[in-house]
Design a protein around this ligand. Structure first.
Ligand SMILES: Nc1nc2c(ncn2[C@@H]2O[C@H](COP(=O)(O)OP(=O)(O)OP(=O)(O)O)[C@@H](O)[C@H]2O)c(=O)[nH]1
Ligand SMILES: [Mg+2]
Length: 325
């Protein structure tokens, strides 16, 4: 859907706060396209957020995140909670097929009025994705959903940033993914507050749990000790326990034990992540505009120039471009 420019932010704000699905859909399209209306919506609605339980579900491609999101959503509905889902499509050919699969698996959910599902395509634009996924989660929060689930592939910085924005981040690992577990980015380990070894019906689940426990032992953690759970997303085995763990973490971050300082730390990470994404995008665009990027790529490619000094020159060109506007 193309965002309509005829509907102003004010009427959308009203509609979204009332939980109107059409208004929500339109609002989300504006946020995704980063229109002025979208920005206005976020500015007006942000103070009305903070009620939903926002949960990021991250992990490598094919770990079973979508299946798990579906199972969590069904279990939350049983508990009487409404659920908003944001699925980020990393637009790789492999995942593209999986997304179609996701749609089929989630059909029963989309027929449920207590569930709102939105798939977001990667815009091939670093930074843009995490910003808009976070914005979409904020709209779902403001619209009154009790639970907001954000599914994202934990492959890059972008996804770590999305994880940062969620109140609780669940890292999905698999048995037999030993190397995978070992090579899991330290950054990702540190932003996840709950670990799940999914596909526990396959051999090696206990080994994976042990490996994760070893990694956590050397990670720099605060007062919250991340639980390591096992689940079979396909049959929803372990999902009630996972939701109990999420509830426990949510209660923890609302408690006084979770100091004001940590809340500020979280806000700082989120702010810096978004600012970095914007800076990155704007700097690249200035670098392209100045022509310096193409020139420097050529000299680095033919080895007549080292990449470090070329990068310095690129940044100098960006600064000149910014100074001149
Ligand atoms: N054996 C087993 N397979 C599972 C389980 N959960 C998911 N799968 C399968 O794993 C495959 C990938 O599942 P998805 O839910 O699409 O995984 P994903 O992490 O969302 O994948 P991407 O979005 O492409 O990164 C599918 O074939 C699922 O049926 C499980 O608990 N056990
Ligand atoms: Mg998926």
């Amino acid at each position: 859907m193309t965002p309509s420019s005829f509907v102003g932010a004010d009427s959308l704000v009203e509609g979204i706060l009332q939980g109107n699905r059409r208004a929500l859909s339109r609002g989300i399209s504006h946020v995704e396209a980063d229109t002025p209306t979208g920005r206005e919506l976020l500015a007006q609605l942000y103070p009305r957020t903070g009620h939903a339980q926002v949960v990021g579900i991250t992990g490598s491609a094919g770990a079973g995140k979508s299946t798990l999101v579906g199972a969590i959503a069904r279990e939350q509905r049983k508990r009487g909670r409404t659920v908003g889902i944001v699925a980020v499509d990393p637009s790789s050919p492999f995942s593209h097929g999986a997304i179609l699969g996701d749609r089929i698996r989630m059909q029963d959910l989309t027929a449920d009025g207590g569930v709102f599902l939105r798939s977001m395509a990667s815009r091939g634009n670093l930074g843009g994705l995490s910003e808009s996924a976070t914005g979409v989660a904020d709209l779902l929060d403001a619209a009154g959903f009790d639970v907001v689930l954000i599914e994202t592939v934990g492959a890059g910085q972008d996804e770590v940033e999305v994880a940062n924005a969620a109140g609780t981040t669940v890292l999905v690992a698999n048995p037999g993914g030993g190397d995978d577990v070992q090579s899991m980015k330290a950054g990702l380990m540190e932003v996840a507050q709950i670990m799940v070894v999914n596909k526990a019906d396959l051999a090696g689940a206990d080994t994976a749990v042990t490996q994760l426990r070893g990694l956590l032992a050397i990670a720099d953690l605060g007062a919250w000790k991340p639980p390591i759970l096992k689940a079979v997303a396909r049959t929803a085995e372990g999902v009630p326990e996972l939701i109990d763990a999420i509830d426990k973490h949510q209660a923890f971050i609302k408690s006084s034990e979770y100091a004001e300082e940590e809340r500020r730390h979280h806000a700082e990470r989120q702010l810096v992540a978004i600012a970095r994404a914007i800076l990155h995008r704007e700097a690249l665009s200035a670098a392209r505009q100045s022509g310096a990027l193409a020139d420097l790529v050529s000299v680095v490619a033919d080895r007549s120039r080292d990449p470090r000094s070329a990068a310095e020159e690129l940044l100098a060109a960006v600064r000149r471009e910014w100074a001149g506007r």
